[in-house]
Design a protein around this ligand. Structure first.
Ligand SMILES: Nc1ncnc2c1ncn2[C@@H]1O[C@H](COP(=O)(O)OP(=O)(O)O)[C@@H](O)[C@H]1O
Ligand SMILES: CC(C)(COP(=O)(O)O)[C@@H](O)C(=O)NCCC(=O)O
Length: 405
């Protein structure tokens, strides 16, 4: 994936005059995600008066009219298999120079950045060798939950439902956020019962996740990239390959158990016919069937875990989703069908960056900790970056104003 040029406020070097204020990473099995804060300016211009951050901090105590720091929360992603692209990008944009912090140990010059995901262990030596920085590791589940809680509390229109081709943003009442089930569909899938800030339990998971779609999709369709596979799945027809109830019941419903003739009886079931080879099928139809099978399976397991713990809201994150209408509809239909409308599937605008945001928030040394508390940060999603279907194109940024409580 070609790293996209960072969009910064008015100059090409985001780290000029300390613009990059803080950087954090989530290096997963498939994708490496970056979140970094670029300061737009310090302090507050009140009318013509320009005051320092310290003065703004003093004035803003208890008020919301003097943001102490204004800037943007920026999001980028790279394929983990191309980790050198990520290192090169960080180095060329000097993100690590402004985004790292000195360890709080007298005389220790060691610079570090917060990182989570398995790659924070696997690539620690590479970061040290190539960028001279240490990865300060944070637990992946901690970061997923912290990131989800933060985004749901701070970003307007972070959560939305998607059903019958209708996208509806959901306003989350901060006082009524918990409990919920967080389903993170990455290479694999984690299902986490969240009962409060820092109060959660990973209750289940499945190895049939995003990596399964990408891995099987690559083998079965010979696609050259994930985006090509995703593109194929938009164009395919899963009914060419999936065996439907109607294929078994001569075109009729199996109404006694509530299965319409168009319901899938067996994923890939039509491929049992031995007079056709894989080459006889359209790769688009294969991609579509695979996406349907994996999405439906995750939807059903998620519902069962929500049922176990009496959870009515399920938030789905992870880059598998990519705001793909078919994926979201399949998951929503599965949750709605099996829960008889009791449980609700919701999706997140910053779906793939939960871990990276959580790692960003975990820093206790970046000088923004009290300001980044959900109550002290207000964000506006920068709609300039919203693609047609609202999918993040991997370099969206959110305008943020940080206040002192
Ligand atoms: N551009 C992409 N390149 C690779 N995988 C992608 C891409 N976009 C979406 N995906 C999907 O997202 C999954 C990775 O999601 P992510 O949340 O980053 O998990 P992880 O932390 O395991 O990398 C991949 O397995 C794939 O199914
Ligand atoms: C091991 C992982 C937490 C790693 O996270 P990821 O890089 O996939 O986002 C995830 O792949 C997972 O939960 N896999 C499923 C393991 C299970 O069967 O529960």
């Amino acid at each position: 994936m070609d790293p996209k040029k960072i969009e910064t406020e008015g100059n090409s070097d985001p780290n000029q005059s300390g613009r990059v204020y803080h950087l954090a990473l989530d290096i997963g099995g498939s994708l490496a995600k970056l979140v970094y804060f670029t300061k737009k300016d310090d302090g507050y211009v009140h009318g013509e008066e320009r005051i320092s951050p310290q003065e703004a901090l003093a004035k803003s105590k208890g008020s919301r009219s003097y943001p102490v720091v204004k800037g943007r929360l920026n999001f980028m992603r790279f394929e983990t298999s191309k980790i050198n692209d990520l290192l090169e990008f960080i180095k060329s944009e000097k993100l690590h120079l402004g985004g790292s912090r000195q360890q709080d140990v007298p005389g220790n010059q060691n610079m570090f950045i917060k990182a989570t995901g398995g790659g924070a262990y696997k690539y620690a030596d590479l970061f040290k060798e190539r960028l001279g920085i240490s990865l300060d590791k944070e637990d992946e589940m901690d970061c997923l939950v912290a990131g989800a809680n933060f985004l749901l509390k701070v970003v307007p229109e972070e959560a939305f439902t998607y059903l019958d081709e209708q996208k509806q943003f959901v306003q989350i009442d901060h006082n009524d956020l918990y409990p919920y089930l967080l389903v993170n569909i990455g290479s694999g899938v984690s299902m986490i019962k969240v009962e409060g800030a820092g109060k959660f339990e990973r209750v289940s998971g499945t190895s049939i996740g995003g990596g399964t779609f990408w891995g099987l999709g690559r083998l079965l369709t010979k696609c050259k990239s994930f985006d090509e596979l995703l593109e194929m799945s938009y164009r395919g027809n899963n009914r060419v390959i999936d065996m439907l109830v109607g294929d078994i019941y001569g075109g009729t419903d199996y109404s006694k158990i509530g299965l319409a003739s168009t319901a899938i009886a067996s994923s890939f079931g039509k491929a049992i016919s031995d007079n056709k080879k894989i080459e006889d099928y359209n790769p688009e139809d294969i991609a579509r069937s695979l996406l349907r099978m994996i999405s439906n399976n995750i939807g059903q397991i998620s519902y069962l875990n929500a049922l176990r713990f009496g959870l009515k809201r399920i938030f789905f994150g992870g880059f598998f989703i990519r705001s793909h209408p078919f994926t979201m509809d399949t998951i929503s239909v599965a949750v709605n069908y099996w829960s008889k409308g009791e449980a609700k599937a919701m999706f997140l605008r910053h779906e793939g960056f939960l871990g990276a945001v959580g790692a960003f928030m975990s820093s206790d040394k970046h000088g923004l900790e009290e300001l980044l508390a959900p109550g002290n940060m207000s964000c506006a999603v920068d709609s300039r970056h919203d693609s047609v279907n609202g999918e993040l194109n991997g370099d969206e940024s959110i305008e943020c104003r940080l206040y002192a409580s």
